[in-house]
Design a protein around this ligand. Structure first.
Ligand SMILES: CC(C)(COP(=O)([O-])OP(=O)([O-])OC[C@H]1O[C@@H](n2cnc3c(N)ncnc32)[C@H](O)[C@@H]1OP(=O)([O-])[O-])[C@@H](O)C(=O)NCCC(=O)NCCSC(=O)C[C@@](C)(O)CC(=O)[O-]
Length: 258
């Protein structure tokens, strides 16, 4: 069964994350399907814009923590593939609109920030939960930081606190936070406008907006992220979340994580 469903209508391809059992976690199969869908949409000239959305209540719960725990034993972590997904979205030559009806955490916020326009329900909740897991918002920072002020980034990255759609809009993480009943109409209105633009001009305008290349930076950040996932702190944080208990941190010298 597909984990990413795609439907194209009137020039707009809707890519729907459809893995509600793990709250649309960024598993390897889901990311592979998303990367395939994006590369097909690049070459399909009938596609003028993409909407990235979700089934179920949750937009995306970030890195697949079950897979992370298993993969780590084999010396792998998912950060590299998350970096590929973020780069593919960031460099995508057509407008991308994120439609966010429910929560996003950590890596899920990276997807939202990588979209050109993001509309969320006011009640949707968000968190950069990485530090609570003993890891860092490394790969996602490449797409998130250009959207945030240094003050907002410090507050949200370091506290790991949950915040709502209105705060996400105020911080610049989403374009608009609207009543849940207005979400679809708002997304449709953006898409109606986006398909009026010339395709080459839209691609050119996106290049101006994304002038700084991020692939090399992402490779370095993926290595940094992997270090924290493999550290004692990262192991304890992920285990604690999965076992639904508070993490028990063992004090270590700063810098020994990555
Ligand atoms: C999203 C809510 C709020 C929904 O909250 P909820 O709807 O109440 O769901 P839940 O918490 O009851 O979870 C439902 C099921 O989804 C699973 N689940 C849930 N999340 C994940 C996940 N990520 N990976 C794998 N499985 C997940 C969870 O384990 C459970 O499975 P069950 O026990 O029924 O078998 C809640 O589930 C939650 O807080 N999840 C954890 C989110 C989180 O802390 N994510 C951090 C990921 S780390 C990351 O993304 C790192 C990265 C990429 O940023 C690093 C970098 O940038 O370098």
């Amino acid at each position: 069964m597909a984990l990413v469903r795609t439907v194209t209508d009137a020039g707009v391809t809707t890519m729907t994350l459809d893995s509600p059992a793990n709250r649309n976690a960024l598993s390897t199969p889901l990311m592979r399907e998303l990367l395939d869908a994006l590369s097909e949409a690049v070459t399909d000239t009938s596609v003028r814009a993409v909407v990235l959305t979700h089934t179920g209540k949750v937009f995306c719960s970030g890195a697949d923590l079950k897979e992370t725990a298993e993969a780590r034993e084999n010396g792998r972590v998912p950060a590299e593939m998350i970096a590929d997904v973020l780069a593919a979205l960031w460099e995508f030559p057509k407008p991308v609109v994120a439609r966010v009806a429910g929560p996003a955490r950590a890596g899920g916020l990276g997807l939202i920030a990588a979209a050109d326009i993001a509309v969320c329900a006011r009640e949707a909740t968000f968190a950069f939960s990485e530090v609570r897991l003993g890891v860092i918002p490394a790969v996602i920072s490449a797409t998130v930081l250009p959207r945030l002020s240094p003050r907002a980034a410090a507050e949200l990255y370091l506290t790991g606190d949950v915040f709502d759609g209105s705060r996400a809009a105020e911080a610049g993480l989403v374009t608009a936070a609207v009543a849940a009943g207005d979400l679809d109409d708002t997304v449709r209105r953006y898409c109606d406008s986006l398909v009026l633009g010339g395709p080459l001009a839209l691609a050119g305008a996106k290049q101006l907006l994304r002038r700084t290349p991020i692939r090399a930076e992402l490779a370095e950040l993926a290595a940094r992220s992997a270090g924290y996932f493999k550290s004692a702190e990262g192991r304890e944080g992920v285990a604690a979340l999965r076992e639904k208990r508070p993490a028990s941190w063992v004090p270590a010298a700063p810098g020994s994580g990555g």
